[in-house]
Write a protein that binds this ligand. Structure first.
Ligand SMILES: Cc1cc2nc3c(=O)[nH]c(=O)nc-3n(C[C@H](O)[C@H](O)[C@H](O)COP(=O)(O)OP(=O)(O)OC[C@H]3O[C@@H](n4cnc5c(N)ncnc54)[C@H](O)[C@@H]3O)c2cc1C
Length: 397
């Protein structure tokens, strides 16, 4: 088998991979973008929420093809059924069509000069003299040897690249999700996202209703280590208990894993970078990873192309990517993870009371990992004794 040779091989045509391939190709690198599925964007395993800023960072306009529903606000439901409404305060968000979004991103990568190989599954990284210098892949019945100066593993949470490169088998903590796309609905407020907390509904995580229109919604939930049943059982119960879904038709069942422990300790090595879910680059509390993947992919692609140009693809050269991503998202991801750790100590009664102690701005800040020390200090001042003790333990570190 004669090898194929590129400057940069990007594995996985999700948001991080297509952004990486596009950025590297725009810098003049010879790039291959390898996707295991026959069609980019399918199957969809996502609730499809994305901010306008996320779309902008991807360089994509919110056209009717890409966007299915604009979001005006969110409601956070405590376990006792009481909710707080959160206005997006000028921020714009959408339920997108992830299949279209991912396809358009990959088309942009191809327009920039990347070669897209679909139906091609990477099986392991290739090493020469101990250094990663490409990948092996299966295409049809054939094995391909693809040589590249830099490999970018953008192949999602189960990343074959990460595992075979020795950068970690799994994550310290994950959320396991189940989701239905429900049709035949008659939603009164399709512009509102609903989030539900509580151990009965989604232990360690939350349930969501993200409308795509008045008739169709992504309804799902994610659970963490403390759950006793499979996520699909929680989901069936959740849907059965909501009268809005009485006559719903299940159009799609999907799910997946969100790594929520934060960015992995090592995401670059000689000739190798990880981007997106494979690197754990999601906002842990929300499990939102599309925007971070877009940014990470772009940075990884830019740094990879420059490194190839300079003839230095060492880990130390490639770590510029790690530093740039950390400067932009690192603190927010670490802080959002701290919020999970705090809420793990709360039972449902605590969550009910907590909702009273928070303002809507506090909640938005906490779930997104923004400015949490100030928010928690404020909560500790106004809230019952138990929270003061819990918050104080956090503030002491
Ligand atoms: C149920 C659920 C709901 C979610 N909802 C949201 C949401 O509403 N908003 C949000 O921001 N985030 C959401 N997320 C998280 C978001 O989907 C991910 O963070 C995001 O898709 C990560 O992008 P990525 O490019 O890193 O990986 P992915 O999108 O997973 O893309 C990886 C790509 O690599 C391909 N691939 C995998 N292995 C190989 C291989 N060996 N060879 C070749 N190709 C391979 C895959 O087919 C895939 O196309 C959700 C996640 C789940 C599970």
């Amino acid at each position: 088998m004669s090898p194929l040779r590129y400057d940069v091989a990007v594995i996985g045509a999700g948001p991080s991979g297509s952004m990486a391939a596009r950025a590297a190709a725009e810098q003049g690198a010879a790039v291959v973008l390898i996707e295991e599925h026959p069609q980019v964007g399918l199957p969809v395993s996502c609730a499809e929420g994305l901010s306008l800023n996320g779309l902008r960072d991807a360089g994509i306009e919110p056209t009717p093809e890409v966007v299915s529903q604009e979001v005006a606000s969110s409601r956070i439901y405590a376990p006792n059924g009481k909710y707080m409404e959160l206005s997006l305060s000028g921020r714009v968000a959408y339920t997108i069509n992830r299949d279209v979004f991912d396809r358009v991103l990959s088309e942009r990568a191809v327009e920039a000069g990347a070669e897209l190989m679909t139906g091609t599954k990477v099986t392991e990284v290739l090493r020469q003299n101990g250094v990663i210098s490409g990948v092996f892949a299966r295409q049809g019945g054939e094995t391909l040897r693809i040589e590249a100066k830099v490999v970018i593993g953008a192949d999602g949470y189960a990343s074959t690249v990460r595992r075979t490169a020795g950068l970690g088998k799994w994550y310290p903590d994950v959320v396991t999700c189940a989701q239905y796309k429900l049709g035949g609905l008659d939603l009164e407020e399709p512009e509102i996202y609903d989030f539900y907390l509580g151990r009965e509904v989604a232990p360690g995580g939350y349930a969501w209703v993200f409308p795509k229109s008045a008739e169709v919604a992504n309804v799902g939930l994610g659970v963490r280590k403390i759950h006793t049943e499979s996520p699909i059982k929680y989901l069936k119960r959740f849907v059965a208990n909501d009268p809005r879904f009485k006559d719903a038709e299940i159009q799609l069942v999907n799910g997946g894993i969100c790594p929520v422990s934060g960015v992995l300790e090592t995401i670059v090595s000689d000739g190798l970078m990880l981007a997106g879910d494979s690197a754990g680059q999601l906002v842990p509390f929300t499990g939102a990873g599309v925007h971070t993947s877009i940014v990470a992919g772009r940075m990884a692609g830019e740094v990879a192309a420059c490194a190839v140009d300079e003839g230095d693809v060492s880990a130390s050269r490639l770590s510029e990517y790690e530093r740039r991503f950390d400067a932009l998202w690192g603190k927010q991801i670490r802080d959002s993870r701290k919020v999970i750790n705090i809420l793990d100590r709360f039972n449902d009664d605590d969550l009910n009371s907590l909702l009273y102690a928070l303002t809507s701005e506090d909640i938005l800040a906490l779930v997104n990992g923004r400015d949490i020390t100030r928010v928690l200090a404020g909560v500790a001042m106004r809230s019952p004794l138990k929270f003061m003790r819990l918050m104080a333990s956090y503030l002491r570190g």
